[in-house]
Design a binder for this molecule. Structure first.
Ligand code: GLU
Length: 391
């Protein structure tokens, strides 16, 4: 995975004719930390997991990036995702570097108490290398406001009141209004900008969304509110489709009750993988990395891919899509809304002040539209694809 991120970086570096020594500095993480997390299960067994934090670059400010709890989490994943955070925070021009981390634990197999023990042990082992002016974690795959609250609480035990050590916290624990939906909202703004270039709006397009977690479900809701037609979506339970458009508020009620999209009465069941090649104007991969590969990129029917997930497109798939004239709005631009509102949350924490929701959304919109405009202008002026321009 790191290889793919480095390849995309090097394409931009080639264009800029960056010398080898500078490339080495920009690609090598500043610090890589791996810890052993031993905790107790609810029935008294020992649980063994690994924790990672890769701190990629701090030239532009404190390092910033999410914590992912997933069996696939390892040093390679953390390093690749940390590097993407460095470029992402630069693309939207917020004063941060990049980091990423997490654990190889699987929250679907753990009780809430077990997850709490793993999280707080992780903080205990990592507390010297993070901090409000050093490295600020946030939610990512399988972590949420609850986990961020635990992190703040545990860190506070050692260093005193420090809400700025982590973002994506619960509202009552110094979180920001609008943070939870921010990545999905940013995805919507990026897509709007793309459509506006030729006078279209969200109500002109059909959309297929792979993944119905925090990012996918919020993108679906916000795009549907603006008149976009969500024709297919999926999660671990499989895919669902309705060419007339899925009733997203009804689907959200369904998933709140049943946990998964499968069985939703307002759509037909389809294979989860078919959501990526479903007939729709827009494809939004909003799950994990490597969704689009050399095996399925030739089958994509959308005219534009909006990368709501991190690294959902392999370099081979990127090149196939590019050759086929399909626009890819890259992760480091399309999904930057989350870290942007994380920045607002951190700023509010430092000022001990809370912004109104309108202000959060307005500032997010401004940041996303400006970033999209600068990347699109560069791509147009140089003939580069949007990903290379963003890097
Ligand atoms: N995990 C999110 C990302 O990949 C958010 C990171 C943050 O808010 O720091 O961008």
């Amino acid at each position: 995975m790191l290889e793919a991120t480095n390849l995309f970086f090097n394409r931009a570096a080639d264009h800029l004719e960056l010398p080898e020594d500078l490339r080495t500095i920009l690609l090598t993480p500043r610090r890589v930390v791996r810890v052993e997390i031993v905790t107790e299960s609810d029935d008294g067994r020992l649980l063994h997991h690994l924790g990672f934090r890769v701190q990629h670059n701090s030239v532009r400010g404190p390092m910033k990036g999410g914590l992912r709890f997933h069996p696939s989490m390892d040093e390679d994943h953390a390093a690749s995702l940390a590097s993407l955070m460095t470029w992402k925070t630069a693309v939207v021009d917020i004063p941060y570097g990049g980091a990423k981390g997490g654990s190889n634990c699987d929250p679907s197999k753990l009780s809430n108490r077990e997850l709490y023990r793993i999280t707080t042990r992780f903080v205990e082992l990592m507390k010297e290398v993070v901090g409000p002016t050093v490295d600020i974690p946030a939610p990512d795959v399988n972590t949420n406001a609850q986990v961020m609250g635990w992190i703040m609480d545990e860190y506070t035990k050692y260093y005193g009141f420090s809400p700025g050590v982590v973002t994506g916290k619960p509202l009552d624990l110094f979180g920001s209004l609008g943070r939870e939906e921010a990545t999905g909202r940013g995805v919507m703004y990026a897509l709007q900008e793309y459509l506006q270039a030729d006078g279209r709006s969200l109500s002109d397009v059909s959309v297929s969304i792979q993944g119905f977690g925090n990012v996918g479900s919020n993108a679906a809701r916000l795009i549907a509110e603006q008149g976009g037609r969500i024709v297919a979506t999926s999660d671990i339970s499989g895919g669902i489709a309705n060419e007339q458009g899925i009733d997203i508020p009804a689907l959200l009620e369904w998933t709140a009750e049943h946990g998964v999209v499968a069985g939703f009465p307002g759509a037909e069941p389809i294979d989860g993988a078919d959501v990526l090649t479903f007939k729709a104007d827009v494809l939004i991969p909003a799950a994990l990395e490597d969704a689009l590969t050399a095996d399925n990129a030739a089958e994509v029917q959308a005219e534009v891919v909006v990368e709501a997930a991190n690294a959902p497109t392999t370099p081979d798939a990127h090149d196939i899509l590019h050759r086929r004239g399909i626009t890819v709005i890259p992760d480091i631009l399309a999904n930057a809304g989350g870290v942007t509102v994380s920045y607002f949350e951190w700023s509010q924490n430092i000022q001990q002040f809370r912004w109104e929701l309108d202000r959060v959304n307005q500032e997010l919109e401004r940041v996303m539209r400006r970033a999209y405009g600068s990347v699109a202008d560069l791509a147009r002026d140089t003939g580069l694809d949007l990903r290379t321009a963003a890097f």
